[in-house]
Design a protein around this ligand. Structure first.
Ligand code: SAM
Length: 450
């Protein structure tokens, strides 16, 4: 990725010249955005319009980005997205709990414990399928509130041999605030003799800024079971458009138009850059028509490539769960606030930015080092793992509590309905080459290509 970073720098350099032209409005992109990260009010969100009365005040991050653009010219979408999400001081994830009804969006683990429990059972079966390695490290990328890990660890107690094999829980998390929330949740749950940072008798929980930090530390031996749920969609993307002169990168410039409420807009780079040429060199982009756009995330590619390398070298497996398709889909980058879609240039640093994952691209990132299985839809995966039986069990436990029954059935529907999270979300797994196909991935339908 160092090469890409270097190229990125080159692509951003130089003040905007007269040749920069305004790209198709981001509002067109916004309006076309499909419902992806689950919002409680998708129908309203998809048709929402923005009244442009006055420029919104600049957020502290918007002021910084404005200064950068004035000094060096338009920024790549990837740079804008990275700053908006993970700027050390002003980034969206860095200082708040963004989940649940009081936050901006709700993820599957937050919808119901059934999600994490079934994934926990899958990890146990995967461990068995891999010959029950003596030592296992549970590694989660982007653990949010820690709910998924909490549910998976609770399930592991039912499988004592598996539980004994877990020598460490590792959380790859960039946000100090979310780390604090994760610590509170997991160290409470692991109170049976386990403390944060480690205990001779229990499972130590450790935090890492990136996967490299964990994978290069020799003390963390054993087969890793990696999980990344809604992590890849937060990785910065580059946006490229095919013009009659070839591929051009879509960049972010200042929007001084009085009609527009936001302070930024898309422009097209006036000439080809090494980055644009390199990212679009793949044969699958060759036949796209003029005007076509593609979203490419070198960061997501790099993360999956690294996970595959780890699994290839050390055994274990990686489970990647996210929304997206098994092909490249254009114009999926969107802003989310208060469970609704919003203009992606609204209040940088204060709204979520996310893009669909291109699972076909992720496969290419992994296949040199690991076998790749899927993607399968969330609906298929959860049904294969027995969500209906688990639902019945929880309903019996709820007894006559009608509210609890309604909650359980509603959560089941939300997780599995094709109109809700059931088909949007996909599961992709990486295993060491030549090992058996994981449970729930045999003979399941793969989404047809577009
Ligand atoms: C959409 S949330 C998903 C949270 C959780 N997996 C869930 O599904 O509820 C994205 C998570 O990834 C973390 N994250 C985003 N970018 C990251 C990065 N570059 N490195 C490490 N963590 C990151 C966020 O702080 C957050 O915990």
């Amino acid at each position: 990725m160092a090469v890409v970073a270097a190229l990125l720098g080159r692509a951003c350099r130089g003040r905007a010249s007269a040749a920069w032209r305004i790209a198709a409005s981001h509002r067109a992109v916004y309006a076309a955005a499909p419902t992806r990260r689950y919002t409680t009010d998708d129908a309203t969100a998809a048709t929402a319009t923005v009244d442009h009365v006055a420029k919104e005040p600049l957020t502290p991050l918007a002021k910084q980005l404005q200064g950068q653009i004035k000094a060096t010219g338009p920024l790549s979408v990837a740079h804008f997205m990275r700053q908006a999400l993970t700027h050390p001081v002003y980034g969206y994830y860095m200082k708040r709990d963004v989940f649940g009804s009081k936050g901006d969006f709700t993820t599957s683990p937050e919808v119901s414990q059934m999600f994490g429990e079934l994934l926990g059972v899958w990890l146990v079966m995967q461990w068995q399928g891999l010959g029950k390695p003596n030592t296992v490290q549970l590694v989660e990328l982007g653990p949010g509130r820690g709910t998924l890990m909490d549910d998976m660890l609770r399930v592991s107690k039912r499988f004592p041999a598996f539980r004994r094999a877990i020598t460490g829980v590792h959380l790859v998390e960039v946000s100090p605030e979310l780390r604090r929330i994760q610590e509170t949740k997991l160290c409470e749950q692991l109170a049976d003799g386990v403390a944060s940072g480690g205990s001779a008798s229990g499972i130590p929980v450790r935090w890492h800024g990136n996967l490299e930090e964990w994978s290069t530390d020799a003390q963390f031996s054993g087969s890793p079971l990696l999980v990344a749920h809604e992590f890849l969609d937060a990785m910065p993307i580059h946006v490229l458009e095919k013009t009659k002169h070839g591929w051009r990168e879509v960049m972010v410039d200042l929007d001084t138009d009085a009609e527009s409420e936001v302070n930024f807009r898309f422009v097209l780079a006036p000439s080809a850059t090494a980055l644009a040429n390199q990212l679009t060199a793949d044969a699958r982009y060759a036949n796209l028509e003029e005007g076509a756009r593609v979203e490419i995330s070198p960061d997501a590619w790099g993360a999956v490539n690294q996970m595959a390398r780890i699994v290839g070298e050390r055994g274990g497996s990686a489970m990647l769960i996210d929304y997206g398709n098994d092909f490249a889909k254009p114009n999926t980058l969107r802003g989310i606030r208060n469970h609704r879609f919003c203009d992606l240039f609204t209040s940088p640093g204060e709204i979520d930015l996310t893009a669909d994952v291109d699972f076909s691209f992720m496969r290419t990132a992994a296949q040199e080092f690991a076998d790749v299985h899927g993607p399968v839809t969330q609906r298929d995966f959860l049904h294969r793992m027995g969500i209906q039986a688990r639902l019945q069990m929880l309903l019996r436990r709820a007894g006559q509590d009608r509210q609890q029954q309604r909650h359980l059935i509603g959560s089941y529907n939300r997780l599995t309905d094709v109109a809700a999270m059931g088909s949007i979300y996909k599961f992709l797994t990486l295993t060491p080459k030549g090992t058996p196909t994981p449970v729930a991935f045999e003979a399941l339908s793969v989404e047809p290509a577009a």
